[in-house]
Design a protein around this ligand. Sequence first.
Ligand code: PAF
Length: 281
Amino acid sequence: MQVVNTVEKLQQQISEAKKSGLKVGFVPTMGALHNGHVSLVKKAANESDLVVVSIFVNPTQFNNSKDLERYPRDLKTDLEALSKVKCDFVFAPSVDEVYPEEDNRQFNFGDLETVMEGKYRPGHFNGVAQVVSRLFRMVTPDKAFFGLKDFQQLAIIRAMTRQLNLPVEIVPCDTIREKDGLAMSSRNMLLSDAQRKNAPLIARTLFESCNFVAGTSVQGVKKKVVDTINTDAELDVEYFEIVDGYTLQTVDNWDESDYIVGCIAVFAGEIRLIDNVTYKL
Ligand code: PAF
């Protein structure tokens, strides 16, 4: 495993590999790696010849400077985790390397970005599209791997890839959970003991809600989920939307789409956790 910090070095290595016909699999991350990331890297290794992982905390996707400041960073531990799996290159650039000039591009993702995360984190997805499109141009992957936990992010990245005509296959990967059901996230390490103890209620409630879909209206399921989680002293639901899995627009009844997903954001103190459950596919 080689760690590279500059685009020039990275591209030298990748173009050599591509000349020999190797297929490049890419896992973009912001570091603070957990087993969810490791599973993305393993999938990339199964489906490609050369695996590149980027570690870059992208400032343009944080709409809250405090959130950017406290985002966990630990390159040494990340490299240790990556050295245990097949990872050929770790690309760990500086902010100036990724953004030699300010990126003023404004993407337009229409209704995909005005709901849920897009509504509560204005500018967030524009920043994600900026950095992922730059990383795609730097890494030139054949396939890129993203977790389904960030359900809306995946839809945005697919749309961005289509809009810019980038020749990259986007591969969705299952959410990896702790034993108690909590979706793995770099933010979990910021939770207090009490918040960590109670946070699995989010996933438990989402999974249990699948059992009462038959016979309960969409509004009824929404209310039950929100009320259950909000009874917990440590947790506060920011939104819970039941949406068409393709368009991300809310549905009013279960027959409205053949792909229906419940997406949630919950505050545990100042830490924001997201998760989702598929009701219908
Ligand atoms: O999901 C993340 O960790 C980030 O949003 C990503 C895709 C690496 C872009 O910074």
